[in-house]
Design a protein around this ligand. Structure first.
Ligand code: ARG
Length: 591
């Protein structure tokens, strides 16, 4: 397992601090925030000054002098008021890169004690088409899942469908109006129910909004739907059979759509999965005194004295005895605890649900559903807005179906690609899909999850600037140089040569970037922040392209130099490809 550059530097500088009579811990190193002055800095002398009652600049000078013979650091300087500035030795960096290029994890260390993690994302409601509102949870969740796995954790993803409750009652009621002859509504029916669903997914998607609208105007209809919900939840055989059809038709369609986004779930559970857990759980809450009745409703108090704002009680049962959203989420934690004993559960849901999750998390700990040290994380994401700053809509103001949005992007990208390059339509279509997906995903992930952002398709699809296509373009560029090189040279396969010390500023900067991959990945997991990975690969791509424009790699006459460049190119490509894979997309061979 490889150490990080920063760690190696800290070890060395820590020894120098001890040798001068100070403490090892003062040798903290950071990447310089003034790259024009130096690559790294250590501010330990400033912290040491107070403790050792000595001028910081004196300490900095002493430590610097000790480091003059270092094999890792060069250009050491002690500067006012007490910083130690330095660069990394190009020889050392080249050795480090050689090792890095042979490391199958690109320097990333697998967690020593892997967590068992459940990720709850996606969260669509059955029988409704996916729309752009579902995009963020799917994209962010998928990326965090991949990153967490890459750092060595065991992750199980659960889509947590909204597949129970009133919405299902509405559909059942409307189907009973349209097709009253079906056996599902005949309580005396004793035969086998049909194996074929009585509706297609498009019909289903029309039925739900219709029923929902009708129930708002027609009180009797609403009553009927509530009654149907109740019967379903109490296990009415015909309704359960019909519900199974709804679920099969609907999940097949959801799967198709998530597949197109390259988003995958290990578990397709939902609110319905915990129906049987709710009653005993609620019973226990009452028996063990965690819940109390408040105006007929059963609630759990979750406020704490130190709260700055009021946190209302978590409602478990309405006064009519019906379970609520928080109830299913608590029951789901009961089930997850029983099945997986997770160390961490990560929910990726619209940030407007933050109060709900705060209440659920507190209630889960108060009622001892999960142990005190289980991490319950809510990553709330902001709204995807249109260019007008309001939530993204279709041109006529409706909600944009995800399918249509993706079709639209694929088509636009296709046009762009054939304008750029001569290509067979079939190949161009395949590539358009790959690049289109990168455009949407990177466009989303490059923004901090919690912030609202503007879904600006033209910008996201551009081949220049901070976009997915630009990153892919960089990867494609590297691939094509590597291809050319392997076509022109014969014995490339034995390319075992060491990477040579950087011979230009651009190459040094690129090299430094490459060493930072592991730290970026570990941090992106810790902070649940894929946008940090995006920022990293954008800088890496820019620095690569600068090197590329300054260096004529294919015409380099010194063969050893050229081989070294090629090794750097391979490493850059591997890191960029790994990164986009962790973000949830991939690179074509050409575009
Ligand atoms: N189906 C929910 C909604 O549409 C999102 C589910 C999020 N996950 C959860 N465990 N509550 O708002």
């Amino acid at each position: 397992m490889m150490k990080k550059i920063i760690e190696l530097l800290e070890e060395e500088i820590g020894i120098a601090f001890t040798e001068c009579g100070y403490e090892k811990e003062l040798g903290r190193v950071t990447v310089s925030n003034r790259p024009d002055l130096c690559e790294y800095q250590c501010n330990g002398a400033l912290a040491g000054a107070k403790k050792f009652k000595k001028a910081p600049l004196i300490i900095a000078n002493e430590v610097k002098d000790k480091l003059l013979s270092s094999g890792i650091m060069t250009d050491l300087e002690a500067v006012k008021p007490g910083f130690i500035n330095f660069n990394i030795s190009s020889e050392f960096l080249a050795k480090y890169l050689t090792e890095l290029s042979k490391d199958e994890n690109l320097g990333v260390r697998k967690a020593e004690n892997p967590f068992s993690i459940i990720m709850d994302y996606g969260g669509p409601n059955a029988a409704k088409p996916l729309h752009v509102g579902h995009l963020r949870s799917a994209i962010i969740g998928e990326s965090i899942k991949r990153i967490a796995r890459y750092v060595g954790h065991n992750v199980i993803s659960d889509i947590h469908l909204g597949d129970w409750g009133y919405q299902m009652g509405l559909i059942i009621t409307e189907v009973s109006k349209r097709m009253p002859e079906l056996p599902y509504f005949d309580d005396k029916f004793a035969g086998e129910y049909p194996s074929e669903a009585p509706f297609t997914v498009s019909e289903l998607e029309e039925i739900y909004p219709f029923a929902s609208g009708k129930a708002k105007e027609d009180e009797a209809y609403r009553e009927e739907a509530l009654e149907a919900t109740n019967r379903l939840q109490h296990g009415n055989k015909g309704y359960i059979a019909l519900w199974n059809h709804i679920m099969n038709v609907s999940t097949a369609d959801l799967k198709k759509n998530y597949d197109r986004l390259d988003v995958h779930f290990d578990l397709w559970k939902g609110e319905s999965s915990v129906n049987d857990i709710i009653a005993p759980m609620v019973e226990r809450f009452k028996e063990e005194g965690y819940a109390r009745f408040d105006q007929g409703a059963l609630v759990i108090d979750v406020s704490k004295p130190e709260d700055k704002k009021e946190i209302p009680p978590c409602i478990i049962l309405k006064s009519d005895g019906a379970a609520l959203y928080a109830t299913t989420d608590l029951a789901t934690l009961v089930e997850r605890e029983k099945e997986y004993k997770p160390d961490q559960v990560i929910y990726i849901v619209d940030k407007r649900q933050d109060m709900h999750f705060l209440q659920v998390f507190r209630a889960a700990k108060i009622t001892k559903i999960v142990p005190e040290d289980t991490k319950l994380d809510f990553l709330g994401f902001g709204t995807m807005n249109g260019k007008d700053g309001k939530p993204f809509k279709t041109r006529d103001g409706g909600v944009m179906r995800l399918e249509y949005l993706i079709d639209d992007i694929d088509e636009k990208m296709y046009q762009k690609i054939i304008e750029n390059k001569e290509m067979e339509p079939d190949e161009a279509k395949e590539i358009a899909k790959i690049v289109g997906l990168a455009a949407i995903k990177y466009g989303d992930l490059s923004n901090q999850a919690s912030k609202d952002y503007v879904f600006d398709l033209d910008k996201f699809m551009s081949f220049e600037g901070n976009t997915g296509p630009y990153i892919l373009y960089t990867i494609v560029r590297i691939k094509s140089i590597l291809k050319k090189y392997s076509e022109e040279k014969e014995n490339v396969c034995e390319l075992e040569e060491d990477i040579l010390p950087a011979n230009s500023e651009a190459l040094k900067k690129l090299s430094l970037d490459l060493t930072e991959f592991s730290g970026v990945i570990e941090n992106a997991y810790k902070e649940l922040a894929p946008h940090k990975l995006c920022a990293y690969i954008y800088e890496l791509s820019n620095d690569f392209n600068r090197f590329y424009h300054e260096t004529n790699i294919m015409k380099e006459e010194n063969e050893n130099n050229q081989k070294s460049y090629i090794r750097i190119l391979e490493l850059t490509k591997n890191i960029l490809e790994k990164s986009v894979n962790l973000l949830g997309f991939s690179a074509p061979d050409r575009m």
